[in-house]
Design a binder for this molecule. Structure first.
Ligand code: GUN
Length: 283
């Protein structure tokens, strides 16, 4: 028997709380949290993500500005937009949707965002704080995973946690947050030898590799908590995760579905980080 970790319901509950805190902040200080989202180019998936972020902001009463720039935008133009947003008092959070077109340097762009407005927590100074364990923002997807574990009473302390994927956006910060929660963490990736020997030991398995239904039930320990960060289309165009849900769910104690698992939590954590930035601004 397995239980579904319902990211949609959890996200709605947290968003209701964010909406209330936003109202209180406005009443107390006159400040409306503001998020600027910058997208460069026409990547269809990125456009959907950005639109969802914009809608979520409006839902909780934030100001939300979307800057949709053409594919041919020069690095200097993008950097000067970030400079303007850094000094705009209405804006508390800045998010540049990744990936950027190849001619732009993601590192340089992220580095330009003021650390206090870096609600993705991708800026080196925020990454350093996360390594240290004292931070205001955590990257949205791993923060959302941690929130789901807490909401479902799953304590990583002392557990064997295996993270599959080592990206800066998910895998690396995920491993750090689990370590801060006293887990024993293994990070696996495309060059890991005998991946299944690692995943089979996991009490908590977090998968973020971007390969449709890659994790099969023979790779999972009975009773494991399985968190699927993937968002893929299968050969029939159907949305699916990195985990083969139908077989793995038979073995897991808890599992996140795709869609409706980690996805709704990512945007919720972005809202939370933006509200935190606005609240700090008001102190
Ligand atoms: N692209 C995919 N995930 C993310 C994210 O969390 N933040 C940004 N800025 N871009 C992304």
């Amino acid at each position: 028997m397995y239980a579904i970790i319902d990211g949609k319901a959890t996200a709605e509950k947290i968003r209701a709380d964010i909406k209330q805190r936003t109202k209180e902040l406005k009443e107390r200080t006159g400040i409306t949290p503001g998020l600027a989202v910058v997208i460069v180019g026409d990547d269809p998936a990125s456009k959907i993500y950005v639109n969802n972020k914009h809608k979520a902001c409006e839902q909780v009463g934030f100001l939300s500005d979307v800057y949709a720039l053409p594919e041919a935008t020069a690095q200097d133009e993008l950097l000067s937009l970030i400079d303007r947003l850094n000094s705009d008092p209405r804006i508390h959070g800045i998010l540049v949707q990744l990936p950027l077109p190849r001619h732009l340097s993601e590192q340089a762009v992220i580095a330009r965002i003021s650390p206090e407005k870096d609600v993705d927590a991708f800026n080196i100074s925020n990454v350093g704080k996360i390594v240290n364990g004292k931070f205001d923002f955590a990257p949205c997807t791993p923060a959302g995973v941690m929130k789901l574990l807490t909401e479902y009473g799953i304590d990583p302390s002392g557990k064997d946690c295996v993270v599959v994927g080592r990206s800066n956006i998910v895998g690396k910060p995920m491993a750090l947050l689990l370590m801060h929660a006293n887990a024993t963490v293994t990070v696996c990736h495309s060059r890991t030898a005998d991946l299944a020997s690692h995943t089979r030991r996991a009490d908590i398995l977090v998968v973020a590799i971007g390969k449709a239904r890659f994790i099969t039930s023979d790779m999972v320990k009975p009773g494991a908590v399985v968190i699927d960060v993937g968002m893929n289309r299968d050969e029939n165009g159907k949305l699916c995760g990195d985990v083969d849900f139908s077989s793995v769910s038979e073995k897991a104690s808890y599992i996140t579905p795709v869609p409706g698992g980690v996805g709704p939590m990512t945007i919720t954590m972005l809202l939370e980080n933006t509200l935190t930035a606005a609240e700090k601004h008001s102190i």
